[in-house]
Design a protein around this ligand. Structure first.
Ligand SMILES: [Mg+2]
Length: 455
């Protein structure tokens, strides 16, 4: 029944004396107001910070004048402040104007974690728009290319890695068994990190400035550390991956990351040594901003190369694609500009024959934003899942994300498809430094700033 007809009927009943005036006045409070999207307004933005997911993940809740809330998430490891300082810029806005509001706040994002607030809010805007109109997010950004989204799973070395002493060779057979267990769970696309961290204490594997510590070199960009990997070091890492392949076989795609901050020439040696193992990709071999260096590595090997998890907005992806500097792109939707910007990035890559894998490490909220974007982007390859070993991960929300045969099922529910947050599970995993559960944030309501970027 239409709202007006419903109220009219009751008014008639009231005049017959069946309901009191008080009853009549309370009717409006029970009416479902989600059907007025043109009058929807943002009234609040609050955050809860979860830890151990396995990352630290600030969850955003945006409330409205019509009783519906949208959920988003600041990228893993980033500060909740990146979202909170945007509150004053989104209060009073209609969240259904997703692109307009995104363009208003996008100047406050930057590469990597600093994009977390803009992207987290963008997710929540889509969630609200979907709930207001009663449609899933994938439908609003163009519809589906697939109804399930392939996952790729990170796998740690486990006890073999924790127990390894300096000078011990890495155990590829044990690592392979852990990857095989992922395959037995139904995972169809694997990831195993390896790099100079596995060579600790093994003589003759690295040449590096004497006395350089692990911490020191982790904060220096790859071209500037002066670290070169020796033939022996390359052989040990190649044997490690060979042992893994001997357990999991050659048929399943095996991607990789975290080689250490080694020079471009060492990257080329390492990538060439991996050709016989047919890796799905090597990731972020040097920082993404050195597009020429990435191209140099890519042009020197048949091992596929990708980058992108720290890039904000489409422009830097366009440059990498136009230069032919990568075989694939790898945006993290919580850094790249949110759902619509990431679809635009994927579509641009598609026109150049470049596939899009998606980096992701967060809670089911950001995960569902990825699932909708992946469903609606044609050249999508696979989406990362970092939390298969976290038993309560899916329970943070209701209903929990449906994962079947190594794929996320694309939901048909409105918005991101999350009906509610699971308060008790979130409360159990709140970060000790941020123990509040979506506490009021009035300190961020007003900010005086002239934000125009031009004169
Ligand atoms: Mg990575």
């Amino acid at each position: 029944m239409k709202r007006r007809a419903f109220v009219g009927t009751l008014a008639g009943v009231t005049s017959a004396g069946w309901l009191t005036n008080e009853d009549f006045e309370s009717i409006g409070q029970n009416v479902q107001r989600n059907s007025s999207p043109s009058e929807l307004k943002i009234t609040d933005l609050r955050v809860s910070v979860v830890t151990g997911a396995p990352m630290i993940c600030p969850i955003i809740r945006i409330d409205t004048n019509q009783g519906i809330s949208g959920f988003g998430e600041v990228r893993d490891g980033a500060s909740k402040t990146y979202a909170l300082f945007l509150k004053s810029r989104v209060l009073g806005e209609n969240p259904c104007d997703v692109d307009r509001v995104f363009r208003k706040i996008k100047q406050f994002g930057h590469h990597a974690r600093q994009a977390g607030g803009v992207c987290g809010i963008e997710m929540a805007l889509w969630d609200l728009a979907g709930k207001a109109y009663g449609v899933p997010v994938y439908q609003m950004v163009g519809g589906r290319f697939r109804d399930r989204v392939r996952l790729y799973a990170d796998t740690t070395e486990g006890p073999a890695g924790q127990n390894r002493k300096p000078g011990d060779l890495p155990d590829g057979i044990e690592a392979g068994k852990r990857l095989k267990a992922r395959m037995d769970m139904g995972i169809t696309f694997l990831k195993q990190d390896f790099g100079i961290g596995l060579l600790g204490g093994i003589p003759g594997t690295l040449s590096q400035p004497m006395g350089m510590t692990g911490v020191g070199r982790s904060m220096v960009q790859h071209p500037f550390t002066g670290i070169e990997i020796t033939d022996k070091g390359v052989e040990i890492l190649s044997n490690f991956v060979g042992q893994i392949r001997s357990v999991i076989g050659m048929e399943v795609p095996l991607s990789s990351d975290h080689y250490g901050h080694i020079s471009v020439n060492s990257c080329i040696k390492l990538a060439r040594s991996m050709e016989k193992h047919n890796l799905a990709w090597m990731e972020d071999m040097v920082p993404w901003e050195y597009a020429e260096l990435l191209k140099q590595i890519k042009d020197s090997t048949t091992t596929p190369l990708l980058t992108g998890e720290d890039i904000y907005l489409k422009e830097a992806f366009i440059k990498l694609i136009d230069m032919g500097a990568v075989d694939m792109i790898h945006p993290d939707l919580a850094s790249s500009g949110g759902i619509l910007e990431t679809k635009k990035i994927g579509d641009y890559a598609m026109e150049h024959g470049v596939p899009m894998a998606m980096h992701f490490a967060g809670t089911p909220i950001s995960f569902m934003a990825n699932v909708h974007c992946a469903a609606a982007t044609e050249n999508f390859l696979c989406l990362e899942h970092h939390s298969l070993d976290v038993p309560w991960w899916g329970d943070l929300v209701s209903p929990k994300p449906e994962i079947k045969d190594g794929h996320a099922v694309v939901p048909e529910r409105p918005g991101l498809g999350i009906e509610a947050l699971n308060e008790s599970v979130i409360r159990q995993h709140l970060h000790p430094d941020h123990p509040g559960y979506f506490e009021p944030t009035p300190a961020w309501d007003k900010e005086r700033s002239w934000d125009r970027l031009w004169s």
